[in-house]
Design a protein. Structure first.
Length: 197
């Protein structure tokens, strides 16, 4: 490992579970768990795969994430549907009222999926932190919901636990804006993964 980095392995009790199948109380606990992660305030944001810390606003972070989509081979090969989606993301309205103009960032897990949450006795533990970085907590929340396909009540359970633990309610207002970006990012990541095999 590079100097200053650490790899930790431990056995965890429990198993991954589909968020849709969990009771409301478990989803609320997940919201509180995510608030603890996002509570770690950072001085800037990072655009994966770079770990360079950039200064700016949450809108700047969103715009930078859109531009980095072109790093994927699938995006560079000029597919009209992908080009149209990237162009739509470039013209997304980011209203200041939702906190887009704030230079406030948090630690992100970076790969929040049901498979990276281990449940034991209704308590969540987050695993697989290889994509952790600093950014807008709404990006993490969007990634989680993009894979889980939660209905509004199930998402409200997570929001309730998150906000009750001290999390920013506006993160859930920014979540729908991040959703198409993280979905396209994930699709392009998987396309490249299979194209390079």
């Amino acid at each position: 490992l590079p100097e200053g980095e650490m790899l930790v392995h431990d056995h965890l009790r429990g198993e991954p579970m589909a968020l849709r199948e969990l009771p409301a109380e478990a989803r609320e606990r997940l919201g509180a768990c995510l608030e603890v992660v996002h509570r770690a305030i950072r001085p800037g944001y990072m655009v994966w795969p770079s770990l360079e810390v950039r200064e700016g606003t949450r809108a700047d972070a969103f715009r930078a994430r859109v531009e980095v989509l072109t790093r994927y081979r699938a995006a560079r090969e000029g597919l009209a549907e992908i080009d149209a989606r990237v162009d739509a993301l470039r013209s997304t309205d980011l209203p200041a009222a939702a906190g887009w103009d704030e230079p406030v960032f948090s630690l992100l897990h970076g790969d929040l999926s049901s498979g990276n949450i281990i449940w034991d006795a209704g308590r969540p533990t987050l695993i697989d932190w290889e994509f952790a970085r600093d950014g807008d907590p709404a990006e993490d929340l969007a990634y989680l919901t993009s894979e889980a396909r939660l209905d509004p009540e199930q998402l409200a359970d997570i929001a309730e636990g998150y906000v009750a633990a001290g999390g920013e309610a506006w993160a859930f207002a920014r979540l729908p804006v991040w959703l198409p970006l993280v979905r396209l990012d994930a699709a392009l990541w998987w396309a490249d993964y299979w194209l390079e095999r």
